[in-house]
Design a binder for this molecule. Structure first.
Ligand SMILES: Cc1cc2nc3c(=O)[nH]c(=O)nc-3n(C[C@H](O)[C@H](O)[C@H](O)COP(=O)(O)OP(=O)(O)OC[C@H]3O[C@@H](n4cnc5c(N)ncnc54)[C@H](O)[C@@H]3O)c2cc1C
Ligand code: FES
Length: 230
């Protein structure tokens, strides 16, 4: 069990929860968090890790995340991780594309990228349907920051040869990123319903060009060329 430092509402149905402790994890990995409302744990990406604990940014969708939203400072919660693969930081310019709650894992990517490659350019594109949230945290990290509400964020992305692209968001946004960028330098973080989170139940299988893959263990990060059609 770990203690909640805070659990703050950031926008309609969007919460940021920090949990005290020494947590490990790479950018793009996730934790399985126990909800007392549901039998199965819920996968949530690492939003940030620092000396005090781990932070998650989440959207209330159903019973599991509703349970999280009711927790308060000082309450305790069970979680295990880090799980899955991660976004491998490139030694070249990096562009991040996030849609809605898909922006959640991108903050740790931005932070770690700028710690490692200060001289490389970081562009961040964040798209939201109605209301933006947690965008100001990128202003000190990003060399270029684009925020869009109600439009199609992928249309704004500048394409260059010396750039790697990471995307996380609704499937329609990632397919649109693939159409526009169409390069094996585009990596996407996929979602799938999960049960165990550790590769044991086959509940999160997806079809890829290289055969069936488990989102929890082989992913959640995949090369877009492996999962989307020409
Ligand atoms: C690797 C990974 C990382 C994730 N990171 C985050 C994150 O950082 N923040 C965040 O808010 N959410 C994240 N999610 C999604 C989150 O796990 C689901 O929204 C959550 O499990 C829903 O649980 P629930 O009990 O609240 O809703 P449920 O009652 O289980 O579902 C409510 C609705 O959401 C749909 N849904 C449930 N789980 C998923 C899923 N995994 N993918 C797509 N649709 C789903 C259901 O079909 C249903 O329509 C992540 C998912 C994965 C696989
Ligand atoms: S969730 Fe069980 S194998 Fe992926």
């Amino acid at each position: 069990m770990a203690e909640i430092i805070y659990n703050k509402k950031k926008a309609d149905n969007i919460y940021k929860m920090k949990i005290r402790g020494e947590f490990k994890g790479k950018q793009g990995q996730f934790y399985m968090i126990k909800s007392e409302n549901t039998f199965l744990n819920r996968p949530i990406s690492i939003h940030d890790i620092d000396g005090d604990g781990i932070t998650f940014l989440y959207q209330v969708k159903g019973e599991g995340t509703k349970y999280f939203s009711k927790l308060n400072e000082g309450n305790e919660i069970k979680l295990y991780g880090p799980l899955g693969n991660h976004f491998e930081l490139p030694n070249e310019n990096l562009t991040l594309i996030g849609g809605g709650i898909g922006t959640a894992p991108l903050y740790l990517v931005a932070k770690r990228f700028k710690e490692k490659y200060r001289d490389k350019k970081l562009a961040v594109y964040l798209g939201f349907t109605k209301e933006s949230y947690e965008t100001e945290i990128y202003s000190k990290l990003a060399d270029e920051l684009y925020i869009d509400i109600g439009g199609i964020i992928t249309n704004k992305v500048k394409i260059a040869d010396d750039t790697t692209y990471f995307a996380c968001g609704p499937e329609i946004m990632m397919k649109s990123a693939w159409k526009r960028i169409h390069s094996d330098k585009l990596f996407v973080s996929l979602e799938s319903k999960m049960a165990c989170g550790v590769g044991a139940c086959l509940g999160c299988n997806i079809e890829t060009k290289g055969g069936n893959k488990k989102v929890c263990k082989d992913g959640p990060v995949f090369n877009a060329a492996e999962v989307y059609d020409e």
